[in-house]
Design a protein around this ligand. Sequence first.
Ligand SMILES: [Zn+2]
Length: 291
Amino acid sequence: MADRPRFGPAGIPPLFKILGARLSDVPGLLREEGLDAFEYQAVRWGQKPQMKQEDAESLGSEARKNDVLLSLHGSYYVNLCGKKEVVEASKRRLVACATAAQWMGAYVVVFHMGFYGRLEKSEAFRNCVNALKDIVATMNSLGIQNVKLGPETMGKVFQVGSLDEILTICEEVEQTQLVIDWSHLHARHQGRFRKVDDFRAVVEEVERRLGTEAARNMHCHFSKIEYTDKGERRHHVLDEARYGPDFEMLAEVIADFNMRPVIICETPILDVDAIKMRDTLREVIKHKGEE
Ligand SMILES: [Zn+2]
């Protein structure tokens, strides 16, 4: 949970890799760029943490030293509404992610819930809720209390993760964190965000369902996005004018609602666009102060 709007990349920026940076160097490099969040990508993980505890801990201590808030993107190999074996394996994968999140001090494990498959949407969704309750119980039995589960709004129509579903989970399951991927919502609804009020409507809906604090403290993903009639197709950089959504419109709403979201940039150029978004929000806030 952030004390102010925070910005950072989804994973290690390409340039850092070229420079040969180690994982523990990342927070310091982000700070030099004026960024203050980092989402570690555990997206290919199996049922055990695929990093050493000491590496996670040194990332964590560097992040604290450099005032970089950590989150962790959980395994893509998760489906909480599939066959029983698949669901059980998915639960173990998410617990592995939560374990490493605790090691590094990441406040949330962001993840994708799964696919409706052959099930009725409502039945698939119920399975997800039940599985999540089991995962939270396991986390608590392991002493993982400072990490939240963050199911994300999803960009394809056959994926569990509409705004309503995510809000319902936050209402029903303990230890959850609201994660809004604005680009996914844009793609899922064929270009949902065309004006400032379209963004405002989502924040108001969150406020109505989960309260003002939850709305102010949402965890966000943002990039430009290309879509088809099935939803999300590809992420694009912010400068690609022909794709939406427009971050400046979201920045207006962040300023108006006095929000302090964590905004993770998922465009192909990660930190470069995170800096752009940070500067856009600064400009918007400055402008409003002058009005
Ligand atoms: Zn994601």
